[in-house]
Design a protein around this ligand. Structure first.
Ligand SMILES: Cc1cc2nc3c(=O)[nH]c(=O)nc-3n(C[C@H](O)[C@H](O)[C@H](O)COP(=O)(O)OP(=O)(O)OC[C@H]3O[C@@H](n4cnc5c(N)ncnc54)[C@H](O)[C@@H]3O)c2cc1C
Length: 378
């Protein structure tokens, strides 16, 4: 845990940033489908990007508790669309963990400043849950890889400057998971790379999600993450526990925010001459929700502490991801119900929380896949 002073100060800074720089523009960004590029630079200048990356590489030198505060404050403002966690908790750790020194110094400081927005591209039209089925491949040609293939559903696909791309590498094709590598694509400098359309989603309207195409794209061999072919699958798998705790935390934060909205609403709204909170059904539903949120927070915080001290196993992380995201969908649905018709109106935060949160049961390994993983420990 952070000291309470450090915790309060960091939270106050993030809250002010969200209130002043995010909230006033959120509707406009949702309407056009992406956030202002400048927001990344502002977040970088205030130290919110790569918050848990060591200072030596331009990061904030913090840990997952700092990341949790960022997640909570964005959820509180009903704007999880600003996917700082993807940059901080997923992409930066790939570089920190597996990048060569040269790669870390080349990209991390610019990710921390907001100059570079990063994306992770694994999924393909024929390969989502089954990552092994990817077909995008890279063949060596002199000092370059020639990349061909297609990715879909890629968060930041439209805005990313740096894409961590899962490929099958030529020399090791046919070697199963040992045929995987991660290539860092610098989008400005890559011929043969094209972005497809921005995909229309039911929620997270300001988070850009796109298809990517590689048609004889030329990528310098220096951009192979870690510099050794064939390690990609293990690199992806090793980071999954952190990615799943990240999703669990996002789900918890959104649930807590929706519950707070709903408690305030039922204390105001009157039907049949009394406040909604005065109906026993309302109190029962909210008492159950509060209990479930408390149980979830206890579990997720325990997982975060274990993540930080290196003792979190992948199956427990899978439990947290499944549990927190399922509770989120159940509780926020009840929150919508307590809002009546207003809960179905997008101008009410709870309606957006309902649609924004739905993806959590699907991405980062679907909840069905989580249960498969957990079942292996039985
Ligand atoms: C908004 C959004 C953003 C995304 N961002 C990214 C990103 O940045 N990068 C990226 O690489 N991907 C991203 N994804 C892709 C996401 O990770 C996949 O959608 C997810 O992994 C599921 O894959 P799929 O959609 O192909 O579904 P499928 O794999 O086709 O699954 C369909 C159904 O089958 C079930 N199923 C699959 N396997 C099993 C099994 N073994 N046992 C039982 N049931 C099973 C699933 O649970 C699901 O219910 C994003 C997706 C969305 C919608």
């Amino acid at each position: 845990m952070l000291s309470s002073d450090e915790h309060d100060l960091f939270r106050a800074n993030v809250r002010r940033f969200v209130r002043e720089e995010v909230a006033p523009h959120a509707d406009a960004w949702r309407a056009r489908g992406y956030i202002d590029r400048d927001l990344w630079r502002k977040a970088g200048a205030l130290g919110f990007l790569c918050a848990s990356t060591p200072e030596e590489y331009g990061g904030g030198g913090g840990n997952f508790w700092h990341e949790s505060i960022i997640i909570e404050e964005l959820a509180r403002a009903a704007f999880p669309d600003f996917s700082i966690p993807l940059q901080n908790v997923i992409l930066a750790p790939y570089l920190m963990q597996y990048g060569t020194e040269q790669q870390k110094h080349r990209w991390l400081p610019r990710m921390a400043s907001g100059e570079l927005v990063a994306a992770l591209a694994m999924s393909e039209p024929g390969a989502g849950s089954d990552v092994r089925a990817i077909r995008t491949h890279a063949r060596l040609d002199g000092n370059d890889y020639i990349v061909n293939g297609q990715k879909t559903f890629i968060t930041h696909g439209h805005t990313a400057d740096l894409i961590c791309l899962a490929v099958k590498t030529g020399a090791s094709e046919g070697q199963g998971v040992r045929g995987f590598s991660l290539l860092m694509i610098e989008t400005d400098e890559t011929s043969g790379f094209a972005r497809g359309r921005r995909l229309e989603k039911v929620g997270l309207k300001a988070q850009d999600t796109a298809e990517l195409f590689f048609n004889d794209a030329r990528v310098p061999v220096d951009n192979l993450l870690g510099g050794i072919e064939g390690r990609g699958f293990y690199q992806l798998m090793e980071q999954l526990a952190k990615e799943r705790i990240n999703i669990a935390m996002q789900a918890l934060a959104l649930t807590e925010a929706a519950l707070a909205e709903t408690v305030a609403y039922v204390k105001e709204r009157e039907v049949f001459g009394k406040r909604l909170i005065d109906f026993q059904n309302t109190r029962m539903v909210l008492a159950e929700a509060k209990t479930m949120v408390t149980v979830t927070r206890t579990f997720v915080e325990n997982c975060i502490a274990r993540l930080i001290d290196g003792t979190l196993d992948p199956e427990t992380a899978a439990m947290a991801k499944w549990w927190a995201t399922d509770r989120q969908c159940e509780i926020i649905d009840n929150c919508v119900q307590l809002h009546g018709g207003y809960g179905y109106m997008l101008e009410y935060p709870v309606a957006r929380m309902w649609t924004d949160g739905r993806i959590q049961r699907i991405w980062g390994g679907s909840n069905e896949v989580m249960k498969e993983l957990i079942s292996r420990t039985l």
